[in-house]
Design a protein around this ligand. Structure first.
Ligand code: UDP
Length: 333
């Protein structure tokens, strides 16, 4: 029998890559997405596929979610308000989508005993200063007056709820904390740095670094991440557990800008602007963000295929072949 998967947020960046990978495995895919940050173009290539179905609707529509959960065996819950810029600009929407949507989804999945993969985020570690973040580390969040932290808090509630369903009723759920994930189809409009730098480099600049650029991140390629989450849903020992997922190759944001510029053969200028100009007054950035990947390596032998240089090349060639995304209309600043 063909496995049936529901992807909430399936028209988004990661969701659409997941849909593609599941279809390639010969599995059936149902997508629910309200197109708030996802885009219909992301799923265009699959629309004619016999095993692909999509519904444009919010995950807060409980009867609709109930119906879709009924039809599927596994639910990949990716629908969420994402992107630091979006979160700072629209905090009410962030909290409501992330909490109410997940509440509905988990309730329906628990009722029907379906497998769930819950997408969470490295934001939940907050400002912790660990060398590498481990799944059992404390959350170190800023005050409620700073909207950024509403994202981490809402996702932490999602995790608590999922783990509670697992503990109380045995809901087969796996939680994944995505670190910075990049690749084709990710757009810069919601603040993500790599597509912004690539678009800026291809448009002739400037490439705008926030703060002094000494903050660092690790970037994982989307297909590596997607393969890992599919494997995790097929790993019974992963149930009821939280996994970091990403890359351990650390780079400062200034160095990232320089590498993008060199690889795009761009003569764009690299400039810096203060955080308060980029976001809002008093914005708190995360200085370092590196995952400890021991747990996911032990569980599924996670071994990402792509390093940062290859990833930057892939993103540059994606934007080069999508001229519309580098036109003045889609300028990132
Ligand atoms: N950033 C930047 N220029 C941009 C967008 C982001 O310098 O146009 C910085 C941002 O301040 C942060 C890092 O790049 O320090 C990663 O930002 P992103 O929003 O991609 O991810 P996150 O902050 O969630 O790790």
């Amino acid at each position: 029998m063909v496995t049936k998967n529901l992807i909430t947020g399936g028209s988004g960046f990661i969701g659409s890559h997941l849909a593609e990978a599941l279809l390639a495995r010969g599995e059936e895919v149902y997508v629910i997405d309200d197109l708030s940050t996802g885009s219909i173009e992301n799923i265009d290539p699959f629309k004619k596929h016999d095993l692909f179905h999509y519904t444009i609707e919010s995950i807060t529509n409980e009867p609709m979610v109930a119906e879709l959960v009924d039809r599927c065996d596994t639910i990949f819950h990716l629908a969420a308000a994402v992107g630091v810029k979006l979160i700072v600009d629209r905090p009410v929407e962030t909290i409501e989508t992330n909490i109410r949507g997940t509440e509905i989804l988990l309730k329906q999945a628990a009722k029907k005993g379906k497998h769930v993969l819950l997408a969470s985020t490295s934001e939940v570690y907050g400002k912790g200063s660990r060398e590498k973040f481990r799944e059992d580390d404390d959350m170190v969040l800023g005050p409620t007056t700073k909207s950024r932290w509403s994202y981490a808090c809402s996702k932490a509630i999602d995790e608590f709820l999922a783990l509670s369903y697992w503990k109380e009723g045995g809901l087969p759920v796996v939680i994944v904390r995505f670190f910075n994930t990049v690749g084709p189809r990710q757009v810069g409009s919601y603040g993500m740095v790599l597509p912004r730098f690539v678009q800026q480099a291809l448009q002739g600049g400037p490439i705008v670094v926030y703060g002094d650029g000494s903050q660092s991140r690790c970037f994982a390629y989307v297909t590596d991440v997607v393969d890992a989450i599919i494997t995790l849903t097929h790993t019974p020992e992963a149930q009821g557990r939280v996994f970091n997922l990403g890359s351990e190759e650390e780079v400062t944001i200034l160095e990232l800008a320089e590498r993008v510029k060199a690889k795009a053969k761009s003569d764009a200028e690299i400039t810096t602007i203060p955080y308060e100009e980029a976001y809002v007054a008093g914005f708190e950035d995360i200085h370092r963000r590196v995952p400890d990947l021991s747990r996911v390596r032990e569980a599924i032998g996670y071994d990402p295929k792509y390093n940062l240089d290859q990833i930057i090349d892939k993103v540059i060639s994606y934007f080069r072949s999508h001229h519309d995304l580098t036109s003045p209309k889609s300028r990132t600043r």
